[in-house]
Design a protein around this ligand. Structure first.
Ligand code: AMP
Length: 210
C-alpha cells in the first residue's frame, strides 16, 4: 500500500508513521528528516534548505520533488511506503501522481491550539529522526534517543514564533491537499487528539489492518 499522512506540523504524523512501519512492514519516508540530515551533513541540499526551514517556510517544490523521487525509487519502497510530510503543495501532489499510485491519504485532525501546546514539548533525535514528547512520549533516559542513543533535542523550527509561521504555511499551502485527495475519494480522516494509542487504533481501523 502507498499511503500519505496528511496533517498540520505537530499533528502526530511521525509518531503514527513509526507505528505503521511496524504494523504494515513498509518504510516511511519523511522529507523533513531527509532535509534535516542534509543540513546536519552540510550537503548542498542542506545548504539550500536551511534558511527556509529555520523560517518555518516550505523548501521549494523542485528540491523536495527530486529528493522524494530518488527516495521512493529505492528497493525498500517497492512493496509500498508511507509518506510523512510529502506532498505539502498541490504541485508536489501532481508530481507524485505521475510517479506512484497513491491508495490512501490518512488525515490526522488536530486544532492549531492543541498543536501549539504540543510543539513546546516535542523533542527529536537528529540522527535517526525518532520523535518524543517530554510529557506524552518521553525517551526512557532523559535527553537520550531510545533507538540510537544519540542526543534528543528541541528542533529549531519548534520555537513558538516559527510554529505559528509553520501553521500559517500549512493552512495556506498544504491544507488544500485534503480537497485534492478528497476529490479522488482517498481521504480517511482520524481524530489525532485522543492520545497515541487511540490514534494508532483509529488509523489501523481506517486502513483495515487491525
Ligand atoms: P517536517 O519535519 O515534516 O515538519 O518538516 C520540517 C520542515 O522541512 C518544513 O517546515 C519545511 O521547511 C521542510 N519540508 C519538509 N517536507 C517538505 C515538503 N514536502 N515540501 C517543502 N518543504 C518541506
Amino acid at each position: 500500500m502507498n499511503l500519505i499522512l496528511l496533517g498540520a506540523p505537530g499533528a502526530g504524523k511521525g509518531t503514527l508513521a513509526a507505528y505503521l512501519i511496524e504494523k504494515m512492514g513498509i518504510p516511511s519516508v519523511s522529507t523533513g528528516n531527509i532535509l534535516r540530515e542534509a543540513i546536519a551533513n552540510n550537503t548542498p541540499l542542506g545548504q539550500q534548505a536551511k534558511g527556509f526551514m529555520d523560517a518555518g517556510q516550505l523548501v521549494p517544490d523542485g528540491l523536495v520533488i527530486d529528493l522524494l523521487k530518488e527516495r521512493i525509487a529505492q528497493p525498500d519502497c517497492a512493496g509500498g511506503f508511507i509518506l510523512d510530510g510529502f506532498p505539502r503543495t498541490i504541485p508536489q501532489a501532481e508530481a507524485l501522481d505521475k510517479i506512484a499510485q497513491i491508495d490512501c491519504a490518512l488525515s490526522l485532525e488536530v486544532s492549531d491550539e492543541v498543536i501549539e501546546g504540543r510543539m513546546s514539548g516535542r523533542r527529536v533525535c537528529l540522527k535517526c529522526g525518532a520523535t518524543y514528547h517530554i510529557e506524552n512520549n518521553p525517551p526512557k533516559t532523559d535527553g537520550v534517543c531510545d533507538k540510537c542513543g544519540d542526543a534528543v533535542v528541541i528542533r529549531k523550527d519548534d520555537m513558538p514564533e516559527v510554529v505559528r509561521q509553520r501553521l500559517a504555511t500549512y493552512h495556506k499551502q498544504t491544507e488544500p491537499l485534503k480537497d485534492y485527495y478528497g476529490k479522488q475519494g482517498k481521504v480517511k480522516a482520524i481524530d489525532g487528539t485522543k492520545g497515541i494509542r487511540m490514534t494508532e487504533q483509529a488509523a489501523a481501523e481506517a486502513l483495515g489492518i487491525n
